[in-house]
Each structure stands twice: as structure tokens, then as C-alpha cells.
Write a protein of this length. Structure first.
Length: 286
């Protein structure tokens, strides 16, 4: 039977290809060409576009790690610059150009088609109940070129994983800033980097750290045994909740997709489109 570890492995292998949307120069250029100025305008518009022209509250709730004021500076103003349809087109254009550079000769290959078909089978098996970003991406039409079909499938699957992750955090009253503070204490990403990248003030960060210390999860800025245990439990639940579509694909399909994704991941990383210590938190694949 397909195990939760499979879900984690395929996330680790597929996430860098999804993330060219955020980190590749071509993605930023596509966003700017669509009328979006600056990294964060592009990020919020292109990630939120499947939801439609939503406001700051919906983006804050569904992304669930950004300070509300940080989101409100950019949303809904981004929709004055580009429509959701324009943002969707821009993100595919950016991915197309980035993949051509990072993995030359791979677009249109037999391997790209096979990977796209496998990932699409998994993505079409997602459970959308309680998963708004999953549902929004699952309703989008499939791009025809295989590398873009693969990207769209991996994007749907990572948002499916992300929606489940938020449920695991919510159950433990860690959703939002507390989860970031714990991640920084675990050494996953530097605290000052996360504060800037998610828009939280030092005072807000310190207050959240104090609350976590009061719960016995932090001591002296480091994770306690209970803090380590609760992070492990969140990750285990996230893997379990992400398993459904991979179980539908089956062990053989998952293993073959992992084999096909490995060289693509290496190409994206070697091209510099997967920055070290980025806030996404995807592990190195086993």
C-alpha cells in the first residue's frame, strides 16, 4: 500500500518545478509584462488567480502564513493591474520560459509526456472538500504542452498538500504566525528572513514566541521536547492527509513519476531557481 512517505517524497521532488513560478527570472518578467510590478504583486496575483478576484481576507485565510496587513497592501489592488485570467496566462508563460532554460531539451519529450500523464492522474483524484486552493486549481483547464500539464498537476497536488497542512496546524492552534515561529526555532528558515518574507513585525513575532513558550513548546528560543513532538505530528498528519491522490496513482505509478521528476528537479536546482533556505520548507528528497 502506498505510504505517507510517498506523498512526502513526491512533494520534495515536484515542488522545485512548481516554485519556478515564484523564483525564476522568467516568471517575474511574465508578471511584469502582465502589469504586475514587484515580486509580491506577482506572487499574490498568480497564486490567488484560480480563486478569482478575491479580496485580502480570502488570500490571508487561504495562504495562512502572511500578516493580514502585508496582504492588504497588495490585495485586492493587484486586480486593478491584471485580471485573474491574465495572471493565469502569465504564470504559464513564465513557467514555459523558465523550463526551457533550466531543463533544455526536455519540453515535449517522451519523458515529459509520461510524467505529465502520471501527475495528471493523481491530480484528478484529489479530494477538494475543505480544500479551497485545491478546488480552485483543480477546476482550471489542462494546458496542452506536457511540461505545463505537469506543472499544473504538481501545483494542484501541492495546494492539496498545503490545504491539509493548514488543517493539521489549525487542529493544534498553530495556524499562521505560530507555525512560522516554530519552523524558525527548528532551524528550517531564519527567523528574520521569515519575518520579512511574511510581513510580521518583531513585536508580533516576539508575542507569538512568548505564547508558544507558555504552552511549553519553546524554551530560550529553542524547541522543547514537546515542541519537537508537535512539529513531527503536524508533518505526519500532513503526509497522511496528502496521500489520497498518490494512493489512487498506485505504487508503480508513484515510483515511475519519482524517477521522471528527479532529473527535472536537478535541472531546476542547478539553474538557481530553487533558492537555498527558501520559506517553502520542502525537504531534500530521499
Amino acid at each position: 500500500m502506498t505510504s505517507p512517505a510517498t506523498a512526502r517524497r513526491l512533494w520534495a521532488l515536484g515542488e522545485p518545478l512548481h516554485a519556478v513560478t515564484y523564483f525564476a527570472d522568467e516568471a517575474r518578467s511574465a508578471a511584469e509584462s502582465a502589469g504586475l510590478s514587484g515580486f509580491w504583486a506577482g506572487y499574490f496575483a498568480m497564486r490567488a488567480a484560480p480563486l478569482g478576484p478575491v479580496g485580502a481576507g480570502v488570500v490571508t485565510a487561504t495562504f495562512a502564513s502572511f500578516a493580514p496587513a502585508f496582504v492588504a497592501v497588495r490585495v485586492p489592488a493587484v486586480w486593478d493591474e491584471v485580471s485573474p485570467a491574465g495572471a493565469l496566462a502569465a504564470r504559464l508563460a513564465g513557467v514555459d520560459a523558465a523550463v526551457a532554460r533550466a531543463v533544455p531539451g526536455w519540453r515535449g519529450s517522451a519523458e515529459a509526456w509520461e510524467a505529465a500523464e502520471l501527475a495528471r492522474r493523481a491530480a484528478e483524484a484529489v479530494d477538494v472538500l475543505g480544500r479551497p486552493l485545491t478546488a480552485a486549481n483543480a477546476e482550471l483547464p489542462w494546458p496542452e504542452p506536457p511540461h505545463l500539464m505537469l506543472w499544473q498537476a504538481l501545483t494542484t497536488l501541492r495546494e492539496h498538500r498545503g490545504d491539509g497542512h493548514l488543517a493539521a496546524l489549525l487542529q493544534r492552534e498553530l495556524l499562521g504566525l505560530p507555525s512560522l515561529v516554530l519552523a524558525a526555532a527548528a532551524g528550517a528558515t531564519a527567523a528574520d528572513w521569515l519575518q520579512r518574507a511574511r510581513g510580521w513585525s518583531p513585536d508580533e513575532w516576539a508575542a507569538a514566541a512568548d505564547q508558544l513558550a507558555g504552552r511549553g513548546l519553546l524554551a530560550g528560543g529553542s524547541l522543547t521536547a514537546e515542541g519537537l513532538a508537535i512539529r513531527a505530528a503536524v508533518e505526519a498528519d500532513t503526509d497522511r492527509l496528502a496521500l489520497g491522490p498518490w494512493a489512487a496513482l498506485g505504487d508503480a505509478g508513484c515510483d515511475r513519476l519519482a524517477e521522471l521528476l528527479a532529473p527535472v528537479r536537478r535541472g531546476v536546482v542547478a539553474a538557481g531557481d530553487w533558492p537555498a533556505h527558501n520559506p517553502i520548507g520542502a525537504p531534500e528528497p530521499d
